[in-house]
Ligand binder design. Structure first.
Ligand code: KG4
Ligand code: ZN
Length: 336
C-alpha cells in the first residue's frame, strides 16, 4: 500500500509518498519563510497563492523521485484538512481530492495536529501507548494523552498565544527575523542568564493550561525600561525569555506524565526543535523514569511525511469518507 500525502495548512508546501513495506519513498518540502519574512509573520493570502504555484510541481517531483505513477502505484491521497489557514488548506484539499477522484482512489482528510502527534511513529524506535505528547508549534500549544491511534485526551492548552507565536512576536520586538524561534535560541546562547528573570506563567495554578501573552507583555515592558538596547541587551532578553518558556513547558510536561502515569513523552511541532527544551525535558523526565522522544527535525516541523503516514494508518483501518472537499480551519483533536 502506498499513500501520497499533501500538507498546505500554513506556510510550508509539502508532499510525501509512504509505502507500507518500504517506508518513506519521497519527502519534499518547500518553505515560504522568505516570502513572509518581511512581514514578521504569515500573510494568509500570500500563503494560499504560493501553495497554488508550488503544489502541483512538487507532487510531480515526489512521484518521479519515488519512481511511482499516481494511477498505477498510489492507493490513496491524504491531505491536511485542518486546523490551519482556510485558503491554504483549500489548495491542498482541492488538488488532493481532484487527483484522487481523477485516478479513482480514495482521498483521506487528515487532522494536522493528529499527524504531528503520530510523527514519532515515522522513526525506527517509537513510543508505546499510552504516551503524552507536548505539541508546540506556531499555532498550537497542547498537552495530549495519546491512548491509541484516533483516541486523544487534551490535558492542557494555551489560553492565548501559541508558544511558537510568542517566540515569533518576541523576536519581532527584538528586531530579529521570522521565524523567531531559531533566532531567539541563537541569540540566547550569548545571553546572561542572571540579568533578567521573567515570570513562568501559570505554574502556581492547578491544571495543565498555558498562557504566554503576559510573558510577551513582560518582554515589551522590559524593552521600554531600557535606555540602551544593544546586542547584549537583546541576547540577555532572548535568554531570559527562552529560559522562562522552557521552564514552563518542562514543569507542565512533568506534571502531565505524573498525572497520566505515562512512560513516554513525545515532543512534536516546530518549537520541539529547541535544543534547550530538549535537554531540560530529557533531564527532568529521566528522574521520573520517563523516556523523552523527539522526532527528527524534518518530522518535527510541518511536513507531509506525517500526513502520508496518518493516511496510511486510516487506509489500513478500513477508512471510508464521503467525496467532498472538506476543510476545517478550527478542529478539535477530541472531535476526530
Ligand atoms: O510546527 P511548525 O513548523 O509550524 C506550525 O506552526 O504548524 O512550527 C513553527 C514554529 C514557529 O513559531 C517557530 O518560531 C518555532 O516553531 N520554532 C522554534 C524553533 N524552531 C522553530 N521555536 C523555538 N526554538 C526553535 N529552535
Ligand atoms: Zn504544524
Amino acid at each position: 500500500m502506498r499513500v501520497l500525502g499533501i500538507e498546505t495548512s500554513c506556510d510550508e508546501t509539502a508532499v510525501a509518498i509512504i509505502c507500507e513495506k518500504q517506508g518513506l519513498l519521497a519527502n519534499h518540502i518547500y518553505s515560504q519563510i522568505a516570502l513572509h519574512n518581511e512581514y514578521g509573520g504569515v500573510v494568509p493570502e500570500l500563503a494560499s497563492r504560493d501553495h497554488i504555484r508550488k503544489l502541483a510541481p512538487l507532487i510531480q517531483e515526489a512521484l518521479s523521485d519515488a519512481d511511482v505513477s499516481l494511477s498505477r502505484d498510489i492507493d490513496a491521497v491524504a491531505y491536511t484538512s485542518g486546523p490551519g489557514l482556510m485558503g491554504a488548506l483549500l489548495v491542498g484539499a482541492g488538488l488532493g481530492r481532484s487527483l484522487a477522484w481523477a485516478s479513482n482512489k480514495p482521498a483521506i482528510a487528515v487532522h494536522h495536529m493528529e499527524a504531528h502527534l503520530l510523527a514519532p511513529l515515522l522513526e525506527n524506535v517509537a513510543p508505546e501507548y499510552p504516551y503524552v505528547a507536548l505539541l508546540v508549534s506556531g499555532g498550537h500549544t497542547l498537552l495530549v494523552e495519546v491512548l491509541e491511534v484516533g483516541k486523544y485526551k487534551v490535558l492542557g492548552e494555551s489560553l492565548d498565544d501559541a508558544v511558537g507565536e510568542a517566540f515569533d512576536k518576541v523576536a519581532q520586538m527584538l528586531g530579529l527575523e521570522y521565524p523567531g524561534g531559531p533566532q531567539i535560541a541563537q541569540w540566547a546562547l550569548r545571553g546572561d542568564p542572571n540579568r533578567f528573570n521573567f515570570p513562568r506563567p501559570m505554574i502556581d495554578r492547578p491544571g495543565l493550561d498555558f498562557s504566554f501573552s503576559g510573558l510577551k507583555t513582560h518582554v515589551l515592558n522590559t524593552l521600554k525600561s531600557l535606555t540602551k538596547i544593544d546586542g547584549q541587551a537583546r541576547a540577555d532578553i532572548a535568554r531570559a525569555f527562552e529560559d522562562a518558556v522552557v521552564d514552563t513547558l518542562s514543569i507542565k510536561s512533568v506534571r502531565a506524565v505524573t498525572a497520566t502515569k505515562a512512560k513516554s513523552l513525545v515532543v512534536a511541532g516546530g518549537v520541539g526543535a529547541n535544543q534547550k527544551l530538549r535537554e531540560q525535558l530529557t533531564r527532568q523526565l529521566e528522574k521520573q523514569n520517563v523516556t523523552a522522544f523527539y522526532p527528527a527535525t524534518e518530522f518535527c516541523t510541518d511536513n507531509a511525511a506525517m500526513v502520508a503516514q496518518l493516511g496510511l494508518l486510516r487506509l489500513r483501518s478500513g477508512f471510508c469518507e464521503p467525496m467532498q472537499i472538506r476543510v476545517q480551519p478550527r478542529w478539535s483533536l477530541e472531535g476526530i
